[in-house]
Design a protein around this ligand. Structure first.
Ligand code: SF4
Length: 368
């Protein structure tokens, strides 16, 4: 542990917390840093660190993945997507391909890419092919996608967009009957683009402590300490513990490009439902590059559990912070990274996979 991390930990351990405090993060990067650094094991037992809706792959609508598979299988497009997405299961009988990876094994052209620019390069290399970029992600992913669209796409490249904004999911949780958390660690990379001010609604409208954090144990501990002090002092404000990167106002150029390219629309979150103003849609001016327009949907009415989580999977409760990953009955039994049942065990940003990778094996040992 670094001297700075020790400093913040000493301050936290010196607080006299009269009751438990549940601190939620909404970022897979935060959850990974917390888990890999073992912060839960060194913090006082009154503090529960809860992973929330921080994984865009986990909440990507099942029907979007199914649509991507059908485009690759039926329309014979070259389908590209970020690697995590390829293994996410959809609800189909075992006799059919149940993921993009399985579609590839069945003969479809499906390629993993590491950045939006890879899609552009592939489209230029294969002008004779229709290339569809299945683009799922939060603001940090959608900003470079928007920049790519703004610069002009080749005629043969279209987007199957599944982009989401993070703050509306937190607002939805806070407006629900049982929000499951008492303080928020806001995502530093989103704040860097959209501005830390976007999270002011947490203390202002809901009187909950909030702090923006970066991705080191030091920054996370500083943010946790801030929210705990706010709790003890019975006040709430937005602290910025990532001020060296997340500047007031954010990245105004990225915000302008996001606005120019996308409309903000109501959007479906897998297992959760439609959240108002939480999705990105290509604006009318870019509709020629919208795969949903270029390839009209062919719904398969015979699909069972359409749009839902796989049977028995508790990913939706995990994503909303209602249970911890190891409270899912399938955790480590029917569901492991090698044989994932739900998206949270597939993605590097999924809480189940992160907890498994950081060594959590006991289903009872880490209650939220
Ligand atoms: Fe879903 Fe598997 Fe996590 Fe359970 S352990 S919530 S089945 S991903």
């Amino acid at each position: 542990m670094t001297p700075e991390a020790r400093h913040w930990l000493d301050l936290i351990q010196g607080l006299a917390l009269p009751h438990s405090v549940r601190v939620m993060n909404v970022c897979g990067g935060h959850e990974r840093a917390i888990s890999l650094a073992g912060l839960r094991t060194v913090l006082p037992p009154e503090i529960a660190l809860i992973p929330g809706p921080g994984c865009p792959v986990c909440i990507c609508p099942e029907e979007d993945i199914y649509r991507a598979m059908r485009l690759a299988l039926d329309e014979h497009v070259l389908l590209v997507a970020f690697g995590d997405m390829l293994r996410v299961p959809v609800n189909l009988p075992r006799t059919e391909p149940r993921s993009l990876d399985a579609a590839r094994a069945a003969g479809a052209d499906v390629l993993p890419i590491a950045s939006p620019m890879d899609a552009l390069v592939l489209a230029r290399q294969h002008p004779e092919r229709e290339v569809v970029f299945f683009a799922a992600g939060f603001e940090t992913t959608m900003a470079p996608v928007a920049a790519m669209v703004a610069q002009g796409l080749p005629d043969n490249l279209s987007l199957l967009l599944s982009g989401r904004l993070t703050w509306p999911a937190v607002a939805m949780l806070l407006e629900s009957e049982n929000p499951c958390f008492d303080a928020l660690i806001a995502p530093g990379h989103v704040a860097t683009i959209m501005g830390p001010e976007e999270w002011q609604f947490v203390p202002h409208r809901h009187a909950l402590p909030a702090a923006v954090a970066g991705f080191t144990p030091e920054s996370l501990l500083a943010a946790i300490y801030s929210t705990l002090r706010q709790t003890l002092e019975k006040r709430s404000f937005l602290d910025n513990c990532y001020g060296e990167v997340a500047q007031p106002g954010g990245n105004t150029t990225a915000q302008r490009i996001l606005k120019d390219v996308f409309d903000v629309v109501d959007a479906n979150w897998r297992g959760i439902g439609v959240i108002p103003c939480s999705g990105f849609n290509l604006r009318e001016t870019h509709v020629a590059h919208d795969a949903r327009h270029r390839f009209p949907d062919q719904p398969n009415a015979s699909r069972r559990r359409m749009g839902q989580m796989p049977a028995g999977c508790a990913c939706a409760q995990v994503v909303m912070g209602k249970i911890s990953p190891n409270q899912c009955p399938l955790y480590g039994r029917g569901c492991t990274p090698k044989n994932p049942v739900g998206p949270c065990m597939v993605s590097d940003e999924g809480a189940c996979r992160i907890w498994w990778a950081s060594g959590v094996r006991d289903r009872e040992a880490t209650p939220v």
